[in-house]
Design a protein around this ligand. Structure first.
Ligand SMILES: O=C(O)CCC(=O)C(=O)O
Length: 272
């Protein structure tokens, strides 16, 4: 398989509309690859908290429309990163009518919505996303022709139990869009490799570049194989990171070094 991670620069000088057009053109340029991955909240920026409500959109909103057309034109599977989603009235969402979510969209090469994932772990402690957005409560996997994706978003990377849940649901390629700050770049690289090693899965982690809301972004998108080897890593600026990988290596690694079979379940329950 060939994947392209689009490490988009999110700077304040560019409008959401112009970034959407620019990113759609970048997606079209990836015709011929199997999978394209975009970062977290690349329309607004993950730290532009005051823009979340203003730019919030329904699932099939302007970002979906632009990305569906681009995915169709390029004939690629597209993990379109995440958008600030405004839940529909009467949908019965966990946050209630009109709640905001940090929602990732996965589109098929025909431009259909294959899956939507509402970020489970919201970042910010008592501020920002943690208070402005509601939390999702569903794990999401997406079967592709040669691998099954497990999707997670940015801060989720710190919670290994979420990834175990994805593996139990059949995930072999873990896709993590992010808006990770430069200040904690060492954690980003370490955690991406840790999730790959402990789950014997590919990790495709796509961050943003640039600076918005005073927060310099780490860039350094990374692709790690099931043995923990770094197949490709971006620099700090806007970049397209294209990588070839063999999905069959997941089963081979799990067979040759069957650590997942030695799991002892139930250790997360309170002990007597
Ligand atoms: O966990 C971190 O250090 C960064 C998380 C983050 O920036 C986010 O989830 O938006």
């Amino acid at each position: 398989m060939r994947a392209s991670l689009l490490q988009v620069a999110v700077n304040e000088g560019e409008s959401v509309e112009s970034r959407r057009r620019r990113v759609a053109a970048l997606v079209r340029e990836q015709a011929g690859v199997d999978l394209v991955v975009l970062p977290e909240l690349w329309t607004t920026g993950a730290f532009a908290h005051e823009d979340f409500a203003r730019e919030a959109e329904p699932l099939h909103g302007p970002t979906f429309e632009a990305m569906a057309e681009a995915a169709r034109d390029a004939g690629v599977w597209l993990h379109a990163g995440s958008v600030p989603e405004r839940a529909a009235v009467g949908e019965g969402s966990t946050g209630g009518d009109g709640a905001l979510y940090n929602t990732s969209l996965v589109l098929s090469p025909t431009g259909d919505l294959a899956a939507a994932y509402r970020k489970i772990h919201r970042f910010g402690f008592d501020r920002g996303e943690a208070v402005l957005m509601s939390a999702g409560d569903e794990l999401v996997t997406v079967p592709l022709p040669h691998t099954t994706l497990g999707v997670a978003t940015c801060y989720d990377l710190r919670f290994p139990e979420l990834f175990r849940g994805l593996v139990d649901a059949g995930a072999e390629t873990l896709v993590v869009p992010a808006g990770w700050p430069e200040r904690r770049r060492a954690h980003w690289t370490l955690l991406a490799r840790a999730r790959a090693v402990e789950n014997q899965a590919y990790v495709l982690a796509c961050g943003t570049a640039g600076t918005h809301a005073g927060v310099p972004q780490a860039g350094h998108s990374i692709v790690v194989d099931p043995w923990g080897e770094v197949l490709a890593e971006a620099g700090p600026g806007e970049q397209v990171l294209t990588v070839d990988f063999d999905p069959a290596l997941v089963a081979k690694t799990r067979e040759q070094f069957p650590a997942l079979k030695d799991r002892v379940l139930g250790l997360d329950r309170p002990h007597r």
